[in-house]
Design a protein around this ligand. Structure first.
Ligand code: AKG
Length: 286
């Protein structure tokens, strides 16, 4: 039986200045959050998904244990140092069973093992009852643009350092809890982004141990901290930087929102590449 470590509750008792809503219609979402670029937590967006009650570490171990995945590995004591996070981590390929057994048998060792951004429907046979589309984006456009649904699985303590993304994001917490810290889009300058790190949309600031002498403007930043609970969906507009840490063993998904124009721009390249791959396969066969 897999019983994963529970981590400390979020240290912050701050009042959460972010709306947490149920029964949010697509219309209201667009008007109050999407258009003005405001984040929101939707508590019941995945109520009808089978994944909500079905998925657990044991479910993946029992049903998809032999599937191979890439695991990111980092030393826990260097945790949160952005240059270490980006440049010194390692990757290892292992089966889901090996991953879960490793995490289960060494729950507190100083190593972080995190499965990140796995394009789940390409790798794991998930039914469309388990994951459905959300009311807040167009599934047709997502498919046209060939944007994947990404899967994240990791033990308590897995983390992602401060960065922002170019596309709006739905992050769906299925199992366990994660602490999120988000920064309003107009605070990128206070986070020293774009930075001179290898990925310049990552901030050089170590959220857990900020160096205020080196980064004095960061004192002015106003991080918004909250815990995303199982079953909740966070909508995060593009450009809002975030730092994320798992509080429990956690399973989550993320889906990028893309516009029709974006899809039109991306789609020709996607179909062209597909055609090339098909021609190549036929040539190899003959
Ligand atoms: O869950 C995480 O560790 C990071 C998630 C994230 O960065 C994202 O969804 O953009």
């Amino acid at each position: 039986m897999i019983d994963f470590v529970k981590c400390e509750e979020s240290q912050s008792n701050k009042q959460m200045p972010i709306a947490r809503l149920s029964k949010l219609s697509a219309r209201e979402f667009k008007r109050k959050y999407f258009r003005p670029g405001q984040p929101v937590i939707i508590t019941d967006a995945i109520e009808s998904w089978e994944a909500r009650n079905l998925w657990s570490p044991s479910y993946f171990k029992e049903n998809f244990g032999d599937i191979k995945v890439i695991v990111q590995i980092r030393e826990a004591d260097k945790a949160c140092e952005p240059s270490y996070f980006l440049e010194k981590g390692q990757e290892e390929e292992m089966t889901i069973r090996e991953y879960l057994e490793e995490v289960e048998s060494n729950p507190e060792v100083g190593v972080i093992r995190y499965i990140v951004e796995l394009p789940i429907t390409d790798i794991i046979p998930i039914t469309n009852k388990q994951i459905k589309s959300l009311d807040y984006y167009s599934e047709t456009i997502r498919r046209l643009a060939d944007r994947k649904i990404f899967f994240w699985m990791g033990h308590a303590g897995c983390y992602t350092v401060i960065h922002y993304d170019a596309l709006p994001n739905f992050n769906i917490q299925i199992w366990g809890r994660k602490k999120w810290v988000i920064f309003p889009k107009d605070q990128q300058d206070l986070l020293y982004t774009p930075s001179n790190l290898s990925l310049n949309y990552f901030s050089p600031i170590n959220y857990e141990n900020p160096d205020y002498e080196k980064y004095p403007k960061y004192k002015e930043a106003t991080p918004i901290e909250f815990v995303l609970e199982p079953g909740e969906t966070l909508y995060l507009p593009s450009g809002w930087a975030h730092y994320v840490r798992s509080l429990d063993f956690s399973i989550s998904l993320n889906i990028w929102w893309v516009s029709f124009l974006y899809a039109l721009k991306e789609a020709p390249m996607f179909y062209y590449e597909r055609l090339c791959r098909r021609i190549l396969r036929q040539r190899i066969k003959s």
